[in-house]
Design a protein. Structure first.
Length: 276
């Protein structure tokens, strides 16, 4: 039985993604920050999918110690869905002092994927799916101001984190291919979806009227995680089509620099695909 790990699997598009993978016969690990919410999600999946093999495990992507602890106990994984994220929040930092959207959406997943890489590479046809967004097209990376001391804005910070997701997914695929490894890395765009990110204040009304359901938003992630037609380096949209990333997201220079900075900030080195 193949095993999938879905981060943020108790809410948003993470829950229907996890449920769909369980329905397809995968063993699914729900990596959730809240144990109670994760256990409730696991029970909901079991009710919807009789016989589903699901397990909750606690993971806080805003705390690198939690990421390390989670990864240490993973014995097998074939599919990693980097789904969890925060967005449009007031200025905050992670436990390790990183701007929160950058720290959770990118650095936490960078560290998690790197720590799980030795286990992923034991699998035939391993996949890493990173949930990005077309919001990446508004993202800008200033490596001299990663804390955003020059000015913080909710949307621009979110766009930056999604640009990082795009660059990470593409660079992981390039490095894996150069190393001749059996690993596919793809990015996805769920489309404008009514998740917790949008359910705040006045945006809650907009979310209810204009945005698609989490079940529909999850389709690109489910496709990316399971379809035999998926190829490494693709950016898959809500209609399961191949999208074109922004020029910045296609920049090899940006991707390489972000990778190096991420390694320095997290202390996680991808030894199997390191460029020496």
């Amino acid at each position: 039985m193949r095993t999938a790990i879905v981060t943020g699997a108790n809410t948003g598009i993470g829950l229907p993604t996890a449920q769909a993978l369980a329905a397809q016969g995968l063993r699914v690990v729900l990596a959730t920050r809240s144990r109670d919410k994760g256990l409730a999600a696991a029970e909901a999946i079991r009710s919807a999918v009789p016989g589903a093999d699901v397990e909750q495990r606690t993971l806080d992507l805003a705390d690198l110690a939690s990421v390390h602890s989670f990864a240490e106990d993973v014995g097998t994984v074939d599919v990693l869905v980097n789904n969890a994220g925060v967005g449009m929040i007031a200025p905050q930092t992670t436990r390790d002092g990183f701007e929160l959207q950058f720290g959770v959406n990118h650095l936490g997943h960078y560290a998690l994927t790197g720590l799980l890489l030795p286990v992923l590479l034991k699998s035939q046809g391993a996949r890493v799916v990173t949930v990005a967004s077309d919001a990446h097209k508004s993202g800008r990376l200033d490596f001299d101001d990663l804390p955003l001391n020059k000015g913080y804005a909710k949307m621009s910070s979110y766009g930056r984190s999604k640009l990082c997701n795009m660059l990470f997914a593409a660079e992981l695929d390039r490095r894996a291919r150069r190393a001749g490894l059996d690993l596919v890395s793809v990015a996805t765009h769920p489309g404008a979806t009514a998740t917790d990110i949008f359910k705040m204040g006045r945006l809650q009304w907009v979310a209810g009227l204009l945005l698609k359901s989490p079940e529909k938003g999850a389709l690109s992630s489910i496709h990316a995680a399971t379809s035999p037609s998926v190829r490494g380096g693709e950016y898959i949209g809500p209609k399961l089509q191949r999208l074109t990333p922004s020029a910045a997201a296609r920049s090899q220079e940006l991707a390489t620099r972000l990778w190096d900075v991420s390694e320095q900030l997290t202390g996680v080195r991808y030894e199997q695909i390191a460029e020496r």
